[in-house]
Design a protein around this ligand. Sequence first.
Ligand SMILES: Cc1ncc(COP(=O)(O)O)c(C=O)c1O
Length: 455
Amino acid sequence: MENRSIPYGPTYEEMLHPSKMDEETKAKAVKAKEDEFDKHNLFNINWRNENNEVNKIVLPKELTGIDANIVVMLGSYFPSGSHKVGPAYSTLIEGCVHGDILPGEKTILGPSTGNFGIGVSYICNLMGYDAIVIMPDNMSKERYENISRYGAKLDLTPGTESDVILTLERTYELMKNPENHSLAQFELLPNYRFHRHVTGNSAIEAVKGIGNGRIACFTSAPGSAGTLAAGDQIKAVFPEAKIAALEPYECSTLSNGGRGQHRIEGIGDKMCTLIHNVITTDFVVLIEDEDCVKGLKIIHDGTDILVESGVDPEIAKQMIPLFGVSGICNILGAIKMAKHLNLGVDDNVLTIATDGFNRYDSVLEELDKRSLETSHNVLKRWFGDVFMEADTNRIFDFRTPERKQQLFDQKEKDWIPFGYKKEYLDTMKDMSFWDNEYNKIEEIDVQIKAMRKDL
Ligand SMILES: Cc1ncc(COP(=O)(O)O)c(C=O)c1O
């Protein structure tokens, strides 16, 4: 393969500020957008458009029914179609920097429910590694197609989103072979570093000029809980900001240890992940999976209803490709939290759309079959139920010591069986653990640059 032995790509700082890259690299990155298999797309792993602005949409109030501004950062513009490529790249490049991963000598494992797997497959293609994605066998078919298209092999374990623990067990088994190296998104801190630095600081920039220019609340539904780390940076800059972790009502592991199957792909994985900084999680909110799928249907197929309800037709059209099911979950969480916190016109709630609609056709086909009828009247009723009348039930305040302990306990229950020591988990109970991990970025960036020079 031509690009074997090219473990190079952007630093964390360049992912946050691509404008800091040298002119030659910038030009190569722009050109690479014409061919997704061009390795210089590594330098397009960032939240920005060609004008260096963060990709985002401020949702129309005729959709949200609230005064506060909901600002959604759009992950679908990342190479490979979701921001999960960021943690995949960051974990791989840190492994290269530390000398753990040499192209041609290691096969990369990507335990995933899909999007991280797509990111791993894509990154390994650009950087010249063989890859295996380990994931449940009942996810939407678009995910398997994308992973295979980018070249990784699939190793499927039984179940759906909430059976991720089986994929972890399988990954641990494969790791007994020293030729394998896992980009363990649920455990490794490059995922935390990417989102705290790149997503968090991009979020702070995204609200400039909107409302009071601050962030009152950040909502994110954890899969690996990487995205939630953006909240740590948001809080560092806006100490009043509240962080709400959203989970499926059908799989309420963080709220009350509940476990069950659900339809919000990418989140609600029946665990408190190792990299979830529970210290900064202020609220846990339960969202019904069917509301998310119906909400997606309305945005995708209900443009006329949105327009009838006062949404600008251009914006209604613009929104069609922007969200997946978990994006709608994040938006519903944002609406609920704005109501719960009584936020007004000056306040901003920031949230994330991890990917876009293009991996969810099959999910809407399934909804159509299940619903018997999705006529104009039915969709109009759903629009009211899902968005306008979003309620503030099932919002739990996790700022008390008892609730924090509950999350620490959940983490121990989930990770001690995988060999982690209680003493190590205890170090995560102090914010200094997370700040130390975050502060490693400076040194890692120096090493990434040094490695690039050696090529
Ligand atoms: C569609 C989708 N939404 C949300 C998430 C959750 O993001 P994170 O893993 O950063 O918590 C994922 C993770 O894979 C995802 O694929």
